[in-house]
Write a protein that binds this ligand. Structure first.
Ligand SMILES: CC(C)(COP(=O)(O)OP(=O)(O)OC[C@H]1O[C@@H](n2cnc3c(N)ncnc32)[C@H](O)[C@@H]1OP(=O)(O)O)[C@@H](O)C(=O)NCCC(=O)NCCS
Length: 185
């Protein structure tokens, strides 16, 4: 994922700091987790998760997530009944390529398939496009997840993440020709 300084140049958008309303999803009968569009009232929770998940790599702020939603990028969450966010992910798409912007799962919910669910949602949204991402070279769980979804390493970026100075692999999933032909991904 792109956790580099370039991700943090967004203008400060309006409205950050607004508290979310009372939970609107009292569903308790959901058989399995599912992804849903990220809404503005998820942002404070997502930004709090970012701080915990990326403490040394310039976690995204609420303002930056506001900006991403305002730009119309594909952002999704997995919510527990009652609206607690267990995981989130985002994708920015161009004509031929898409980029995984972020993906994170609450520490206490990791290892239960939520990360894979989120990534599969992003890949479905990417359709036939080539998909790119950056990941810390020491982030084995994420690298394993990406490899299991068809990503391979195509480059190394030294000191890509700041302020940690950690290196990143750039990975890509080639264009999905099945999706390009209108078939299943
Ligand atoms: C990376 C992350 C999103 C994975 O989410 P998750 O819900 O824990 O992952 P899942 O349970 O869906 O597991 C999917 C796959 O990831 C890999 N994986 C997950 N945890 C792993 C671990 N501890 N060690 C090795 N591989 C692991 C496995 O390939 C796994 O597939 P499997 O269960 O069939 O073996 C999650 O660990 C996370 O939020 N990490 C902190 C934030 C982060 O690093 N984000 C990515 C930045 S590029």
């Amino acid at each position: 994922m792109t956790k580099a300084t370039q991700r943090h140049g967004h203008p400060e958008p309006m409205g950050s700091g607004i508290t979310r309303p009372m939970p609107v999803q009292p569903l308790s009968t959901r058989p399995t987790p599912q992804t849903e569009p990220m809404e503005w009232w998820d942002i404070e929770q997502v930004a709090a998760l970012e701080i915990g998940l990326f403490p040394t790599d310039s976690p995204w702020t609420s303002a930056m997530f506001w900006s991403e939603l305002a730009a119309g990028h594909h952002y999704v969450v997995v919510r527990a009944p009652g609206g607690v966010v267990h995981g989130y992910a985002g994708l920015a798409s161009g004509d031929d390529e898409a980029e995984v912007q972020t993906i994170g799962v609450a520490p206490e919910r990791q290892g239960h398939g939520i990360g894979r669910l989120l990534l599969e949602d992003l890949l479905a949204a990417a359709g036939p496009r080539r998909v790119l991402l950056d990941v810390r070279t020491d982030n084995l769980p994420a690298i394993k997840l990406y490899e299991s979804c068809g990503f391979t390493r195509i480059g190394l970026r030294r000191r890509y993440y700041q302020p940690s100075g950690a290196d990143a692999y750039t990975m890509d999933r080639p264009p999905n020709e099945d999706a390009a032909r209108g078939g299943q991904q």
